[in-house]
Design a protein around this ligand. Structure first.
Ligand code: SF4
Ligand code: SF4
Length: 150
């Protein structure tokens, strides 16, 4: 379930890997072209990482092996950013309006009044969404940042 960011107190990724096992990440067309064909699929004009044996083929242990090519939707999880939404989801950054929702799947997420750290995480997510930043520092566990394979 996705809730507007104003209803979330805090969230911290501990690199448990559960979201990678459950979700089928959506890809941009460019991301689709960059990944090996046997690991991606197209359905009704949308692009995804293909689940193989029920999991993402790029997950090794709990961690992601494609840090350099990690899809935007994976970098942003549990955040989703839209151009339209509810008032509670509105976040203004550099005079531009974004509607930010948070997936409550992650058990390390707490509902309540947003903390300062959580607001900083949203700002980082928007910077990544806008292409101002490529490597997450706040919204991905430090444990998950190591690259095993190039
Ligand atoms: S976002 Fe949550 S579910 Fe996903 S790896 Fe981090 S702690 Fe686990
Ligand atoms: S590409 Fe990486 S972050 Fe995305 S689902 Fe697969 S293992 Fe997880």
């Amino acid at each position: 379930m996705k809730v507007p960011w104003k209803r979330v107190h805090s969230w911290k990724c501990l690199a448990c890997g559960s979201c990678c096992k459950v979700y089928k990440p959506r890809l941009t067309f460019y991301e689709y072209l960059r990944l090996p064909k046997q690991f991606v699929e197209e359905r009704r004009g949308r692009y995804y990482i293909r689940k193989i044996n029920g999991r993402c083929p790029f997950q090794y242990g709990n961690l992601c092996a494609i840090q350099e090519k990690k899809p935007l939707s994976c970098k942003l999880f549990p955040f989703s950013i839209y151009e339209r939404g509810e008032d509670d989801a509105l976040f203004v950054y550099k005079d531009e309006e974004y509607y930010v929702y948070v997936d409550t799947f992650c058990k390390n997420l707490k509902l309540g009044k947003p903390s300062k750290e959580f607001i900083n995480a949203i700002i980082e997510a928007i910077k990544i969404y806008r292409g101002e930043k490529t490597t997450p520092e706040l919204i991905t566990s430090r444990r998950a940042l190591g690259t095993f394979f190039s």
